[in-house]
Design a protein around this ligand. Structure first.
Ligand code: TXA
Ligand code: MG
Length: 401
C-alpha cells in the first residue's frame, strides 16, 4: 500500500473521443453480450481502453454520469495500487468498485446485495448511488475477492453501477469490476470533463476517454445499510429526500454522517478527513448572507488590509452567485475596493448548481487565474446537501450571516 511509489511522469497521455449515444444495452444491467456500439471509432477506443485494463497495470480515465473516474481492476493489488500512485491518494482512503450490473456482482465478485438495498437499487441503479456491503470472500480459498489495497483491508467494500454508457461499456468489455475514484489529483476539485483530468494527471496515465461533460457534476451518494440505523456517508447525486422516499421503512430513519472529521479520527468513510475539492485560490463561502453586499464588503475590507497595496490592481476576484446575491451591487463593491471581478452564476436549480460547481471552481482557478473565489451557498435541502458538503470542504473561510 505504497502511495508514494514513483510514477513515470513522462508517459504520453492520449485523449480519445467516444460517443455515448452510439452505445446501447439491450437490458439495463446486462453483460457485454447485450452490448452494441454503432460508431466504429467509439468501439475502437473503448476496446483499446479495455485492453489496457486487462493487460497492464496502468489506469484509464473515463466519464461517468457524476464525475470522471480513474479506473483499474479492483481484483488485483498492483492495478489498485496504481490508482493511488497516479492521483497521489492516501492509502487509507478506500475506492468504490464499479460494476456493470447485478449479474457481474454475482458472477465475478461472487456476492449478492444485502436485501436492505433492494428498494434503493431498484430505483437508482444504474445511477449515482454507492452501497457498502461485506467484502466478498472466495469460498474455496477464504481470500478476499476485491483487492485489500482497494478496500484498505476493511471488512466492507463500496459498490456502484454507473449509468453513463461509456463507463458501463468499458466495464462490460473488460469484464472487470473497476475500482475508480474521481480522476483528479488528490485534494483538487473533481473533474467533470476530459480536459480537467488532463490538467491534473497528464503524463501519469496512457488514456483518457472523452465522452463530454458529466451530467450530474458531483459524486455518487454513499450509503451504508449494513448498520442500524442505516447511514448516509457521503451526500451526492441521489438526495437524502430521494433515499427516504424510495427506501421504505428501513431507510426512513437514515442518519447523515458527519461532514468533517479530525485528522486522527476514525470515521466510517475515511475520505472525509482529508482536504478535498480545493482550487489553488482560496475559496470563501457565504452562507445565508442575503444579497451579499454587507458580508462581502466586510470581508473585502479585511482582505484588502492583508493584501499588499501595490499589487491590489492586479488581484482578480471570482464571484460565483446562486440565488440571492445582488450581482450589480457586488461587482461595483469589488471594483471600488480596487480589484478586478469575474462573475459566473452557478445556476438557479439544484441540478444546475451541482452540474456547474466543480467546473466553475476549476475555470476561475486554472483558466482565469483568479486569486480569490467568493461563492454564495445554498440551503441544504435536496441537491443542496451535496453541494454544501463540497463547498464547505473546498472553502478556507466560511462566513455566516
Ligand atoms: O461518483 C462517484 O462516486 C465517483 C465516480 C468516479 O464513480 N467516484 C468517487 O470515488 O467519488 P472517490 O474515491 O473519489 O470517493 C469514494 C468515497 C470516499 O469518500 C471513500 O472513503 C468512500 O467512498 N468509501 C469507499 N469505500 C468505502 C467503504 N468500504 N466504506 C465506507 N466508505 C467507503
Ligand atoms: Mg474523490
Amino acid at each position: 500500500m505504497n502511495s508514494s511509489m514513483t510514477v513515470n511522469e513522462n508517459m504520453h497521455t492520449e485523449i480519445l473521443k467516444v460517443d455515448a449515444s452510439s452505445i446501447h444495452f439491450e437490458q439495463p444491467g446486462a453483460a457485454s453480450s447485450h452490448l452494441t456500439i454503432s460508431d466504429p471509432t467509439t468501439e475502437k477506443n473503448l476496446r483499446r481502453a479495455a485492453k489496457i485494463l486487462q493487460e497492464t497495470t496502468q489506469t484509464v480515465a473515463f466519464p461517468t454520469e457524476t464525475v470522471y473516474g480513474l479506473g483499474a481492476s479492483a481484483l488485483d493489488d498492483a492495478t489498485s495500487r496504481a490508482i493511488y500512485t497516479v492521483k497521489n491518494r492516501p492509502a487509507d482512503n478506500p475506492l468504490i468498485v464499479h460494476v456493470s450490473g447485478l449479474d457481474q456482482l454475482r458472477r465475478v465478485l461472487h456476492t449478492e446485495l444485502p436485501r436492505v438495498y433492494e428498494p434503493l437499487v431498484k430505483q437508482f441503479w444504474p445511477g449515482p448511488l454507492t452501497v457498502v456491503l461485506p467484502a466478498p470472500v472466495d469460498a474455496a480459498t477464504g481470500r478476499k475477492i476485491v483487492s485489500p489495497v482497494c478496500t484498505h483491508g476493511q471488512a466492507t467494500v463500496a459498490v456502484r453501477m454507473p449509468a453513463h454508457p461509456v463507463a458501463r461499456a468499458l466495464i462490460a468489455l473488460s469484464d472487470l469490476p473497476l475500482a475508480a475514484p474521481s480522476a483528479n489529483a488528490s485534494t483538487r476539485p473533481s473533474p467533470t470533463t476530459a480536459q480537467h483530468v488532463y490538467a491534473d494527471l497528464h503524463g501519469r496515465l496512457p488514456l483518457i476517454l472523452d465522452g463530454g461533460a458529466c451530467d450530474v457534476g458531483v459524486e455518487s451518494t454513499v450509503v451504508d445499510g449494513t448498520v442500524s440505523p442505516p447511514r448516509l456517508l457521503r451526500p451526492g447525486g441521489i438526495s437524502l429526500e430521494q433515499i427516504r422516499a424510495a427506501g421504505g421503512p428501513a431507510w426512513a430513519n437514515v442518519v447523515v454522517g458527519k461532514a468533517n472529521a479530525g485528522k486522527d479520527e476514525i470515521v466510517r468513510t475515511p475520505g472525509m478527513k482529508y482536504k478535498h475539492y480545493s482550487p489553488r485560490a482560496p475559496v470563501v463561502l457565504f452562507n445565508n448572507c442575503g444579497n451579499g453586499v454587507s458580508a462581502v464588503s466586510k470581508y473585502l475590507q479585511s482582505y484588502s488590509s492583508s493584501a499588499t497595496s501595490d499589487s491590489n490592481d492586479k488581484i482578480k476576484i471570482a464571484l460565483l452567485p446562486t440565488h440571492q446575491f445582488d450581482i450589480t451591487k457586488l461587482e461595483t463593491e469589488i471594483k471600488t475596493a480596487g480589484f478586478v471581478v469575474i462573475t459566473k452564476s452557478l445556476g438557479k436549480t439544484g441540478a444546475e448548481i451541482s452540474h456547474n460547481l466543480f467546473s466553475a471552481l476549476r475555470e476561475m482557478d486554472e483558466d482565469k487565474g483568479c486569486d480569490l473565489i467568493l461563492v454564495e451557498g445554498i440551503d441544504e435541502t435536496n441537491e443542496g446537501l451535496a453541494v454544501m458538503n463540497r463547498l464547505t470542504k473546498a472553502a478556507s473561510t466560511v462566513i455566516m450571516s
